[in-house]
Design a protein around this ligand. Structure first.
Ligand SMILES: Cc1ncc(COP(=O)(O)O)c(C=O)c1O
Length: 350
């Protein structure tokens, strides 16, 4: 038996989702003629209370298209120091948009309007022109941390007063919504563009969407094509996304419960700490807000622990020299999760 906790991107389509995909009506999406792609775009735009959406192959592409939409080469983007856009997207802001990145060190991925204000530059030809601020909700390297709506609203007000656009990397936006009970429309409102993924916790095999005003999305379609993301009979995969949106959002709460169970179990193990910023080996399962558990191992390198766990069928990711990440998803049951702490304990004590 394999307990795969590497990521929620490992999720596979359920039989009902596969059936929806097999029966999807399709057409040429670049001509705007794929009814299933059109349906998922309309559905997600309405859900987030925005005018339009565009379906794309990946979260990386939706983020990078958004960056290109909001900036011109030489412009500056402000984002958190461990943001996925900066950390894990292959240097794309520089390569695809010619953008400069200015980083704010957050608290597990979260920064405040005051932090942002202190980074804003006066109008001066010495400086790059700042055009865009990006947030991430939930924050991946922050351990699935939720960005509080009130802080987002304060950041949005600051952005408006400085003519800055605000983009959200919402790869796990759905997790933030179900965990807080805040509607998708309310959480999306402060943003000029939101990138959402269907292929993480929602369980669709492929796809993301960029959501925003009609003007933003019309421009995004141009860059999607330019970046090679225009697809043809994409309704086959979009049907999985539509099914996931309609049927899999609420169940994310189960993943959150499982993550808490896992964190509590790991807490009992000598030498393990929960939460990226956990102070000297203190355990804080309350730091686990959604489906990601970041834990630290004191005495052995993280990759060694990950390798040993793999040998007994538990897959986790080493994300730093002594930190590891476990992500719950629809591919793991509560029963499996309950076994993990004992398995980790047995490996550590060897
Ligand atoms: C926060 C965040 N943004 C963006 C992405 C990129 O998504 P994709 O793998 O579909 O390119 C990921 C992927 O895990 C992510 O965690």
């Amino acid at each position: 038996m394999i307990i795969d906790l590497r990521s929620d991107t490992i999720t596979k389509p359920t039989p009902a989702m596969r059936e929806a995909m097999a029966n999807a009506e399709v057409g040429d999406d670049i001509f705007g003629e794929d009814p299933t792609v059109n349906a998922v775009e309309t559905y997600v735009a309405e859900l987030l209370g925005k005018e339009a959406a565009v379906y794309m192959p990946s979260g990386t592409m939706t983020n990078q298209v958004a960056l290109r939409v909001h900036t011109e080469p030489g412009d500056e983007i402000i984002l958190e120091s461990e943001a996925h856009i900066y950390y894990y997207e292959g240097g794309a802001p520089a390569a695809l948009s010619g953008a400069m990145c200015r980083l704010i060190k957050g608290d597990k991925g979260i920064f405040t309007a005051t932090d942002l204000e202190s980074e804003l530059r006066p109008e001066d030809p010495h400086f790059p022109t700042t055009k865009l601020v990006c947030l991430e909700n939930t924050h991946n390297r922050g351990g699935g941390r939720i960005f509080p709506l009130s802080e987002i609203e304060a950041i949005a007000r600051l952005c408006q007063s400085h003519h800055l656009k605000l983009h959200l990397d919402g790869a796990r936006f759905w997790n933030a919504c179900v965990a807080t009970g805040i509607s998708e429309a309310d959480y999306a409102k402060p943003f000029d563009s939101v990138s959402v993924c269907f292929s993480k916790g929602l369980g669709a095999p492929v796809g993301s969407a960029l959501v925003g005003s009609q003007e933003t999305i019309t421009r995004a379609r141009r860059f999607r094509k330019m970046f090679g993301g225009g697809m043809r009979q994409a309704g086959i995969i979009a049907a999985g996304a539509l099914y996931a949106l309609k049927n899999h959002r609420e169940r994310l709460l189960e993943d959150h419960i499982n993550a808490k169970i896992l964190a509590k179990g790991l807490q009992s193990i000598e030498g393990i700490a929960i939460g990226e910023a956990a102070a000297p080996w203190a355990i804080a399962p309350e730091n686990v807000q959604t489906n990601i558990v970041i834990f630290k191992i004191k005495d052995i390198p993280a990759r060694v622990l990950a390798r040993r766990l793999q040998e007994i069928g538990v897959l986790v990711l080493a994300t730093g020299s002594h930190s590891l990440r476990a992500v719950t998803s629809l591919m793991v049951t509560q029963e499996q999760i309950e076994q993990v702490p004992e398995l980790v304990k047995s490996v550590i004590s060897q």
